[in-house]
Design a protein around this ligand. Structure first.
Ligand code: SF4
Length: 338
């Protein structure tokens, strides 16, 4: 929804200012999906809004349910016919997480990710990002499955490449949809030019670093864009991030059989962490690889557990991520928009 255009329209028509607030309150409650449902404003205003404005900034082309009903994937068509996908999954009883996309396609090109294969088409506007949350909220509320409690910027795209829209969307989600900033996480492959800005602008929002290997050459292969921003420089940016925010950093690590899952890979991660700060400031989330190409296979569950236990025994908090929505191609690395 284009809030600024609606504000201008309300002004132009000479309607009282509080009408705008009533519209905003109703729209961001997530309970409605058309202006016609805003019962707090007169019928003629509702009808005018419905004729003049689109409620969502995209068309919904499909909703895909995972077999266990714990995850849904939405396929959206934007005004310029580009497509994006958004996931919502249940992480605790009635507590849902929305995984939003921040770009159409992604320029980073991670070898294990479907989004990367598409290349970048364009950045999403902040409203296109916020509308993904609103649409998901509306879906979960209408089905009486609970409510949205967390937002993760881990869908299609590199959020820090679309910095201004990222910041505006976080502010709007926080202010209007009332999701606390500590319940919002942003992942990056390590875009150094924006990490310090992000620490200053959004110190309460969680930062997740998609590391995938702490061996530079291996990382360059898996995350092609990262060679421009080497680990030797990334550690300084992360160290500044910690000094500014005093918050933990989450390290995301996709586990690929025979590629980055050896015991020595654990020690490489530990060396990298030690070069930044104390081990207690990090959590390493291990993600079983979700198939997107024949080139790779996931590490076995036992291997991932061993990897996890070794990190823990070395004083680094580590978890094995549960995969949500792999049956609807909505798990980590599978979103593509086509
Ligand atoms: S994993 Fe993230 S950064 Fe890498 S290509 Fe996919 S969307 Fe882009």
């Amino acid at each position: 929804m284009d809030a600024n255009k609606i504000r201008e329209y309300i002004k132009e028509k000479g309607y009282p200012d509080y009408r705008f607030n009533q519209i905003i309150e109703a729209v961001f409650s997530g309970k409605i999906s058309s202006f016609a449902e805003i019962t707090s404003i007169p019928k003629n205003v509702r009808e005018e809004l419905d004729k003049k404005f689109s409620f969502f900034s995209f068309k919904n082309l499909g909703v895909f349910n995972s077999k266990n009903d714990k995850a849904f994937k939405f396929l959206f068509e934007l005004y310029d016919k580009h497509r994006i996908e958004t996931m919502v999954f249940e992480k605790g009883e009635g507590e849902w997480v929305v995984c939003v996309s921040s770009q159409v396609g992604c320029p980073v090109g991670c070898l294990f990710c479907a989004s990367g294969k598409k290349g970048l088409k364009r950045n999403l506007d902040w409203e296109e990002i916020v509308d993904q949350v609103l649409f998901a909220k509306n879906h979960i509320l209408k089905k009486k499955l609970g409510d949205i409690k967390r937002i993760v910027y881990m869908g299609i795209g590199e959020p820090l490449f679309n910095y201004d829209n990222l910041i505006k969307s976080i502010e709007a989600i926080n202010r209007y949809i009332k999701i606390g900033k500590r319940h919002i996480s942003v992942s990056t492959f390590g875009y150094i030019p924006r990490i310090r800005d992000f620490a200053k602008d959004m110190p309460q929002v969680n930062l997740a670093l998609s590391l995938h290997s702490a061996v530079q050459e291996r990382r360059d292969e898996l995350v092609p864009f990262s060679s421009k921003y080497p680990l030797s420089k990334l550690k300084d940016a992360l160290s500044d991030y910690l000094n500014i925010t005093k918050r933990k950093i989450f390290i995301e690590y996709v586990m690929i059989r025979g590629v980055n899952d050896r015991e020595k890979d654990v020690y490489k991660i530990l060396n990298f962490i030690d070069s930044i700060s104390k081990r207690k400031y990090f959590t390493v989330n291990l993600i079983p690889y979700n198939p997107t190409s024949k080139e790779f296979e996931s590490s076995s569950y036992e291997r991932i557990k061993e990897f996890c236990n070794l990190l823990i025994s070395e004083g680094v908090n580590s978890t094995v991520r549960k995969s949500y929505g792999s049956d609807i191609k909505g798990a980590c690395g599978q979103l593509a928009g086509y």
